[in-house]
Design a protein around this ligand. Structure first.
Ligand code: PMP
Ligand code: GLN
Length: 381
């Protein structure tokens, strides 16, 4: 039997590769993005409570009502924008599913989707599997990954269906500003171009910066799927609960895909999250918590030969290693895992042509002891 692969160029994700290597080498794993500390015991108690209470059957396809309601309430409180909990909020199995469903819902054969690279690895395969073509705008460390909106505009053709934005950004730690949103609005106004805002790091933002969600600009909001995840905000990446906010016409299409993809998301966890979200401090305390982690990691590598600009958001810090070696970033990430027992992610993997700017990404969502040990080892290079 022969199978014609639909993804002949797809291998295993770098996150899986590096986490496995870290485990095999017994290395400190600062590669794949997940915390090595636990979530609030209140949250696990709540899940336990709902498991014991028998909330163990299918949730409604769109998510349980109390969770949809409190998500809508939170967005209204934080950004003054209203989404209808029945029609415009959908609970998904992680942001990955929300992204896949949104892309599948709107991308037709021959459509173009603009991606700003470096970009998260799940976007391009989802576009291609739906017959679309990614069109890349390349951002570089030389100008701190700033977006030249004229370049974005120059990539638009009559086939452009969608632009995907990610703020705070994985892997670079940059964030969009109000000015970015205004410039994007000038480009898409009077077009049929749709948008996805991948905003899973919404609450992981530093130094007093504001999260400029696409939903804060009316021109953008009316054409946007906003994808979020509780994995990042509440230290529960393994639970895979996310959501998508979108105007009714877009949510209707997203739900048509979601119902065939996963249909619904784990019930007791949804009830637990609906209760946990009633206390805003659980997410309002997250920026300070992760800013302290970023600062701790940077203090631990301050005597190293890495150079960097502080991450503005996300739980990733990118560093340039040009003063240490000329190796390419992929080889270096592998070698450091073997030789000094510290695993990272080479940023070239987030570029479609694997551009190597000599940058590694470290995840600082780790306990202080791990950050100190990693810093000690990295400072010897
Ligand atoms: N988008 C970005 C930018 C991410 O870093 C991640 C990470 N894990 C996801 C989406 C997927 O989120 P989830 O784990 O909720 O599927
Ligand atoms: N988002 C995580 C990262 O960037 C990984 C998620 C995954 O492994 N799929 O490290």
């Amino acid at each position: 039997m022969t199978i014609t692969s639909k993804q002949p160029n797809t291998g295993t994700t770098i996150f899986t590769v590096m986490s496995k290597l870290a485990a095999d080498c017994n290395a400190l794993n600062l590669s794949q993005g997940f915390p090595n500390f636990d979530c609030s015991p209140k949250l696990t108690d709540l899940v336990h409570h709902y498991l014991k209470k028998g909330m163990n059957q299918y949730a409604p396809m769109t998510g349980i009502q109390p969770l949809r309601e409190i998500i809508a309430q939170k967005v209204s409180d934080l950004y003054g924008v209203n989404y209808h909990p029945e029609r415009e909020v959908t609970v998904t199995t992680g942001a990955t599913e929300a992204l896949y469903a949104a892309i599948s819902a709107v991308v037709h054969q021959g459509d173009e989707v603009i991606l700003l690279e470096p970009n998260y690895d799940s976007y391009a395969p989802a576009i291609v599997l739906n017959g679309g073509t990614p069109v890349y705008v390349t951002l570089t460390p030389e100008n701190e990954y700033r977006i030249d909106w004229q370049v974005v505009k120059s990539k638009i053709t009559e086939r452009t269906k969608l632009i995907i934005l990610n703020t705070p950004h994985n892997p670079t730690g940059t964030v969009l500003t109000e000015n970015d949103l205004n410039q994007l609005a000038d480009i898409v106004r009077d077009t049929n171009i749709l948008l996805i805002g991948d905003e899973v790091y919404e609450h992981i933002i530093f130094d007093g910066r504001q999260h400029w969600s696409l939903l804060r600009n009316e021109t953008l909001r009316e054409r946007s799927f906003i994808c979020g995840s509780f994995g990042k905000t509440f230290h529960i990446t393994g639970w895979k609960v996310g959501y998508c906010l979108a105007p009714k016409e877009l949510s209707d299409e997203l739900r048509k895909v979601h119902q065939w993809l996963t249909f619904s998301t784990m019930t007791p966890v949804q009830y637990a999250l609906a209760d946990f979200l009633k206390e805003p401090d659980h997410y309002l305390s997250i920026p300070a918590f992760y800013q302290a982690k970023r600062d701790k990691f940077l203090a631990c590598i301050k005597d190293s030969r890495f150079s960097y600009t502080h991450a503005h958001g996300s739980f990733f810090q990118c560093v340039n290693y040009q003063q240490i070696t000329e190796e390419n970033d992929y080889d270096l990430a592998i070698r450091l895992t073997h030789e000094i027992g510290v695993a990272s992610i080479p940023v070239s993997v987030f570029y479609h042509q694997k551009n190597d700017y000599k940058i590694l990404r470290f995840c600082f969502a780790k306990d202080d002891e791990t950050l100190e040990k990693a810093g000690e080892r990295l400072s010897k290079l």
